[in-house]
Design a protein around this ligand. Structure first.
Ligand SMILES: [Zn+2]
Length: 456
């Protein structure tokens, strides 16, 4: 094993590792470096670009865990982390900058843990491609460790200086000027649920209103007839033990679904075929590709990609996005869930719902939302989206009727209006396209004549 550390001009150090003699060992991941004994003082802030970004203002307490015995977080890349950096800043006192400079988006994770003594540990886990065949391992990239003063923004600026020079930024649809024009010029988004006729779509187009629809980018539910008829299992993502990975989301009527492997042409063709119907028959202007800005390791031995680590997921996504655009023309808009630097050349827009984090997560989680993705890639990505609404959430017709909420789409108590305004203000300040969820003009206060109940 050979480890080398280079000191660079800006106080950053570059850490490389090469591991030899792996024949027959089957090492699946290498942890390097492993930094222990990091003092988590009360001044410290931990910033993590999880999807959009989030910050723990009291990492010492957060990392000591609910029972005080320590806690461990592991964040995967690409996807879960929208870029390759975490920072532990301490204002005027020296903080820690941790990044990798991987321009090819190999699978890896950043691990942060704490103990009961108030010390933290940071590790980078590098996942090997085809570990059973590996004779040696040497990542093509370095881990960057450095001292940072100030706030998370100083760390983000340092990362941005590198990130903006990478191919995903140079080739981003915004930077190249190829972002779908109607999407780039969108003034406001309205996020509603329900049915609309193709006549309604035509009327919307006549009024210069565009529509995109939800199409999950990776799930195929295994109890559907098509799962068997089309032999979908053959192309589903495999776990480490070779079994099909299963995920269940619907709480009222649990139905297991399998993430499909985007590295397989079968799944890309299936998705593109459904998109053809949506775009060409229904006249829809684009697709919201749910779960698109996530990646998975697949352990199938016969999908034609390396087992485990590698960058085949991104290669597969790029092939799908190109095919969708080739089939449907330059006016097709593609949006994905979350931020992610690797997807900048392929997606027009990124849904960053953490702007409304308080609507869906435990307020005592210890994490605040932070516009880290926008701070690094505002010049390369359109971001939009919020759960922010003036009403209770809608009923979905796929739910059992018995679960229909009595308050669906009724107005929230006006005491929440300041929170709604804060969400709108965040979108403005964070450089997002403004969005409102569950808007019903017929139920708005002014439309009903209650003109003094002002929300905006
Ligand atoms: Zn696979």
């Amino acid at each position: 094993m050979r480890a080398t550390v280079h000191a660079e001009a800006d106080s950053t150090t570059a850490w490389h590792i090469a591991v030899e003699g792996l024949e027959g060992v089957g090492i699946e991941r290498v942890l390097y470096p492993r930094l222990g004994g990091i003092g988590l003082t009360e001044m410290a802030e931990l910033s993590v670009p999880l999807w959009m970004g989030q910050r723990a203002k009291d990492p010492r307490n957060l990392l000591s865990g609910p029972d005080g015995k320590g806690r461990r977080f592991e964040w995967g890349y690409p996807g879960q982390l929208s870029f390759q950096m975490i920072a532990l800043t301490r204002g005027a006192t020296a903080g820690l900058y941790v990044a990798t400079d991987d321009s090819l988006a190999y699978r890896k994770s950043f691990i942060m843990s704490g103990d009961q003594e108030g010390y933290g540990r940071i590790e980078i886990a590098h996942q090997l491609a085809d570990p059973a065949k590996a004779t040696r391992y040497e990542p093509t990239y370095a881990v960057k460790l450095g001292v940072v003063h100030g706030t998370w923004m100083h760390a983000a600026e340092r990362y941005r200086a590198w990130g903006e020079r990478q191919a995903w930024a140079r080739n981003s649809r915004v930077a190249r000027g190829t972002a779908t024009p109607w999407l780039r010029e969108t003034g406001v988004w309205v996020w509603n649920r329900g049915r609309a006729s193709t006549e309604a779509v035509k009327k919307a187009h006549a009024a210069d209103v565009r529509a995109i629809v939800y199409m999950n980018q990776r799930l195929w539910c295994v109890q559907t007839p098509s799962w068997k008829h089309e032999n979908a299992e053959r192309y589903a993502v495999r776990e480490r033990d070779g079994k099909v990975r299963l995920e269940t989301y619907m709480v009222f009527d649990p139905s297991p679904c399998a993430p499909m492997d985007i590295a397989t042409k079968f799944w890309r063709d299936k998705y593109a075929g459904i998109a053809d119907t949506v775009v060409q028959q229904y006249g829809i202007d684009g697709i919201y590709m749910d779960q698109a800005v996530l990646s998975l390791a697949c352990w199938s031995s016969d999908h034609g990609h390396p087992m485990g680590g590698g960058h085949y997921w991104m290669d597969g996504f790029r092939a799908l996005a190109s095919d969708l655009r080739r089939r449907n023309g330059a006016s097709l808009g593609l949006a994905g869930e979350g931020g992610g630097e690797s997807w900048l050349p392929d997606l027009d827009a990124f849904l960053t719902l953490q702007v409304s984090q308080e609507r869906y997560s435990d307020p005592s989680s210890g994490w605040d939302p932070l516009p880290m993705f926008q701070a690094v890639y505002h010049h390369h990505a359109i971001t939009y989206g919020t759960y922010g609404s003036l009403t209770y959430p809608p009923y979905d017709e796929l739910w059992p009727d018995s679960t229909r909420p009595a308050n669906a789409l009724t107005l929230l108590d006006p005491k929440y209006r300041r929170h709604f305004l804060m969400e709108q203000a965040r979108m403005f300040v964070w450089g997002m396209q403004p969005t409102i969820a569950n808007l019903r003009l017929s139920s708005s206060p002014s439309a009903r004549g209650r003109s003094r109940t002002s929300y905006g």
